[in-house]
Ligand binder design. Structure first.
Ligand SMILES: Cc1cc2nc3c(=O)[nH]c(=O)nc-3n(C[C@H](O)[C@H](O)[C@H](O)COP(=O)(O)O)c2cc1C
Length: 140
């Protein structure tokens, strides 16, 4: 059974592209082997990640991610059974929230994902996907 899980976290320490690069490099390799797809949004000291895959695999991956000391204050925003993947083709796409094109009118700096519903956060993620924001980092 396939599920999609979305959570939010705050970085411990300062956000650096190198830290996310190194997380993504290993994550994409593992995710490819285990048929996990999704995206990792980063910006303003926050991570927002969507994970899709078989329920038992996503559950154990989320437990490992939850225990990772590189971030804190994890909040589970959304978890549902799905018929098909939304992030098919991305072993873990990357979205830099600070790079969002003003043309898309997506104003992330004014958007505090900790203070809104999971449904609204998902709608924002959909806007980013529609705007062509996600990029698969070069490691795969
Ligand atoms: C924000 C964030 C997102 C992560 N996403 C993934 C991921 O999609 N896949 C993955 O295998 N590891 C991911 N990791 C790394 C895991 O937390 C963990 O370090 C890795 O699975 C190795 O776990 P282990 O040291 O218990 O073997 C992520 C870490 C962070 C901080």
């Amino acid at each position: 059974m396939l599920i999609r899980l979305i959570y939010l976290s705050r970085l411990v320490g300062s956000q650096s592209p190198e830290l996310t690069d190194s997380i993504l490099c290993k994550a994409q390799a593992w995710n490819t082997q285990n048929d996990i797809t999704g995206m990792l949004c980063e910006g303003q000291g926050v991570y927002l990640q969507a994970l899709e895959g078989e329920r038992n695999i996503v559950t154990s991956l989320y437990a490992r991610i939850h225990a990772d000391p590189r971030h804190k204050d994890l909040e589970l925003l959304h978890c549902e059974s799905i018929a098909e993947r939304r992030y098919r083709g991305w072993s873990m796409a990357r979205v830099r929230l600070s790079d969002v094109d003003p043309e898309t009118k997506i104003v992330w700096p004014e958007f505090d994902p900790y203070s809104v519903s999971g449904a609204l956060v998902m709608a924002r993620i959909d806007e980013l996907v529609a705007a062509g924001q996600p990029v698969q980092a070069a490691s795969t």
